[in-house]
Ligand binder design. Structure first.
Ligand code: GUN
Length: 292
């Protein structure tokens, strides 16, 4: 069994990006600038945004965190987005999800300038992705592709089963794995809450990408020998033995499934760190695009 070490690979990617930034600085060019908008006080979202900002510092990007209160109106948030769209100093920005109830997420994502949409959530970028055009691929799916690529995991002609159809992970992943090229050329099954007899499907899978958010959902009896496992689950489970009072748990029963797997991502330290590295990569691409 080979551990798909997202922590190590994401560090490699950050070092590569830091080298690019050094060259930009040496040439007297402006460095990439990422802004992250966060609305409200959700603990997990604040943690994620803080690590995105820290990652920017680490590679030498400029970063701006925009914090808005939980009672922010739709109009106020849209005004902030128009401001970021127009600001020539900002190369890319993200709106951390989920948003409070009073805000229509679809309207907000549509307002982002597609050239600055480093999350790849704008319908134009999503459509471009589905049509194999150059675009911003959402960071988590992009990170999974990069992990498969760097470990040389064969995807061609394989049966990939994706669990969960979220707009951020499952749906784009199902499109990307079936695309022409590498990693891709897979035969894809997208499973979700209405799927019947999921074990019958997972037990035929060569590659399983689980983005469900149910701790320990995927058990050893549900997979075949030599399966490749990508665990995107990051559920906080209460745990008094830890300093924070919780631990992060994936969708996969790692202890038992890892005994059958050929490749597997750990949680934490698998897909999670890759997401941040690929957000930086998209921001670098956004900077390069602004120059064209
Ligand atoms: N919430 C959970 N994942 C993400 C992500 O990748 N980007 C944003 N903006 N919000 C998220």
């Amino acid at each position: 069994m080979v551990l798909l070490d997202g922590k190590k690979v994401s560090n490699d990617i950050k070092n590569e990006i830091a080298e690019e930034v050094k060259k930009m600085k040496a040439n007297g060019e402006k460095v990439p600038h990422l802004a992250a908008v966060i609305v409200g006080n959700d603990g997990a979202s604040l943690t994620y945004v803080a690590s995105k900002v820290r990652a920017c510092e680490r590679v030498g990007f400029d970063s701006t965190m925009v914090r808005l209160s939980n009672t922010t109106s739709q109009v106020e948030l849209l005004d902030k987005i128009y401001e970021l769209n127009e600001n020539p100093d900002i190369d890319g920005f993200i709106i951390q999800l989920p948003l409070p109830k009073q805000i229509d997420t679809q309207k907000v994502l549509l307002a982002v300038n597609p050239d600055k949409d480093v999350d790849g959530f704008h319908p134009m970028n999503f459509g471009r992705m589905a049509l194999d055009m150059s675009t911003f691929i959402p960071a988590t799916p992009f990170g999974i592709l990069e992990l498969l690529d760097r470990y040389g995991v064969d995807t061609q002609g394989k049966h990939t089963v994706v669990i969960g159809r979220s707009h951020i992970v499952g749906r784009p992943m199902s499109i990307l794995m079936g695309r022409k090229g590498f990693p891709g050329n897979s035969t894809v099954t997208l499973t979700h809450s209405h799927t019947k007899n999921i074990t019958q499907i997972t037990s035929q899978a060569d590659i399983i990408i689980s983005a469900l958010g149910v701790p320990n959902f995927l058990k050893a009896e549900m997979v075949k020998d030599d399966v490749v496992i990508i665990d995107v689950g990051i559920t906080r489970v209460p745990d008094d033995t830890t300093e924070k009072g919780y631990r992060i748990t994936g969708d996969v029963d790692f202890e038992n499934v890892s005994k059958k797997a050929s490749f597997i991502t750990p949680v934490p330290g698998g897909v999670g760190p890759m997401t941040i590295a690929m957000l930086l990569k998209n921001t670098l691409l956004a900077r390069e695009r602004q120059l064209k």
